[in-house]
Design a protein. Structure first.
Length: 316
C-alpha cells in the first residue's frame, strides 16, 4: 500500500454544481474500507492517493464512523489524515494528533439502563455490549463466536486485553452505583458512548424497527453491520450529521460546501445533511435512498473515483 505523499495535483477547481467543495466527510467500513479488510485496516493505494490529493487541493477531510476512536488511528494514518475524527456515530469527536477529545456526548444513566431493559423485554435473548472511551464492555453471550472471544485472534489484529471488559453490563458499568442518581440525568459511573444490542431471533431491519418504536423516544437507534441484527444506541439526538455539523461549523464550512459518503443506515442523516452525498454501490437500500448520488462499490474504490473526478473538474 502506498501511504507516501503524492505529487501536488494540477487539477481544476473542486466544485459540485455551483458550490466549491471545502470538506469531505466519509464513513469508513463498507465505504472506503471493505468489510473483508475492516479488521486489518488495509486501505487501497488508490483510495490513499485520492484522499491525499484532496487535501493537497485544499479540501478538509474527516472520517465520520461508528468505530470507536481507538479503532481509527491506523486508518487515519494510512490516509495521511491524523487529526480530528468523528467516532462512535457522532458521540465522540477526537483529535488524534493531540490525543485529546474535542467533544463527547455520552448516554445518561437513566436512558442507558432503561433502554437496555426495554430491549431485553422485546427479546429476552438479546446480548449487550457498550463502548466507552477506554474499552469495550461485553457480555459473554455478545462475544461468543467472534474474535472478541478468542484471545489469539483478538491479539493478532491488535486489540489489547486491557481494551476489553467481559461480564454483565450491570456489573462492569456499575449500574447500582449509577441508578440511584439516574433520575437526575447523570452519566453512569463509566461514561458510555454507544450501547450495542445483538439478537439472532430477528432480522436486522425488523429488529431496528421494533427497537425504535420501543425506545426511540429516549435514545437514537441505528445499525451499521450488514447481515447482523445489531443495534447501535446513542444519546437522543446524537448522530453523524449532528456531530459533522458541529465540526463543520468550527471550520466555518456550510453544508452546501460539504460532500459525504456512506453505506449504511447510520449514515442516513449525514448523507441528507451534506450539500451533495454519495452512497457506495454496495450500500444498504436505506442509505442509497438518502444519498443524492450512487458511487461505485467499496470494493471498486467508488469513493476514490468520485474524488478523482472532482479534482479533475469532470464530475457531472
Amino acid at each position: 500500500m502506498n501511504s507516501q505523499p503524492v505529487a501536488p495535483v494540477s487539477f481544476g477547481a473542486p466544485i459540485v454544481g455551483d458550490a466549491p467543495v471545502k470538506l469531505v466527510a466519509t464513513d469508513v467500513d463498507g465505504t472506503i474500507l471493505s468489510y473483508a479488510q475492516s479488521m486489518t485496516g488495509e486501505v487501497s493505494a488508490r483510495t490513499v492517493e485520492a484522499f491525499q490529493a484532496a487535501r493537497e487541493a485544499g479540501i478538509a477531510v474527516v472520517l465520520v464512523t461508528g468505530r470507536p476512536v481507538r479503532g481509527l488511528r491506523g486508518v487515519s494514518s494510512a490516509l495521511g489524515l491524523i487529526g480530528p475524527v468523528i467516532a462512535s456515530n457522532g458521540a465522540m469527536t477526537y483529535d488524534l494528533a493531540a490525543d485529546a477529545p474535542l467533544d463527547h456526548q455520552p448516554l445518561a444513566a437513566q436512558a442507558l439502563f432503561t433502554a437496555k431493559d426495554l430491549i431485553q423485554e422485546l427479546d429476552p435473548t438479546v446480548a449487550f455490549a457498550a463502548e466507552t472511551p477506554r474499552m469495550l464492555h461485553m457480555e459473554e453471550s455478545f462475544a461468543r463466536g467472534s474474535l472478541w472471544f478468542d484471545d489469539e485472534r483478538r491479539r493478532a489484529v491488535g486489540i489489547r486485553d486491557e481494551e476489553i471488559a467481559m461480564g454483565p453490563l450491570d456489573d462492569t458499568l456499575e449500574r447500582h452505583s449509577a441508578w440511584p442518581v439516574a433520575a437526575e440525568g447523570l452519566t453512569p459511573q463509566v461514561p458510555v458512548l454507544k450501547l450495542l444490542a445483538k439478537t439472532h431471533e430477528m432480522e436486522a431491519d425488523a429488529f431496528i424497527a421494533a427497537a425504535q418504536e420501543r425506545v426511540g423516544h429516549m435514545v437514537t437507534v441505528t445499525h451499521s453491520a450488514p447481515g447482523i441484527s445489531l443495534l447501535e444506541i446513542s444519546a437522543k439526538g446524537v448522530n453523524k450529521a449532528q456531530a459533522l455539523r458541529r465540526y463543520a461549523d468550527s471550520l466555518g464550512i456550510d453544508a452546501e460546501n460539504t460532500i459525504a459518503f456512506g453505506d449504511m443506515p447510520n449514515d442516513i442523516e449525514m448523507l441528507q445533511w451534506a450539500g451533495t452525498s454519495w452512497a457506495v454501490g454496495s450500500a444498504h437500500p436505506m442509505a442509497r435512498s438518502a444519498a443524492d448520488r450512487v458511487a461505485g462499490t467499496c470494493e471498486d474504490d467508488g469513493v476514490a473515483e468520485v474524488l478523482e473526478l472532482l479534482l479533475k473538474g469532470t464530475l457531472t
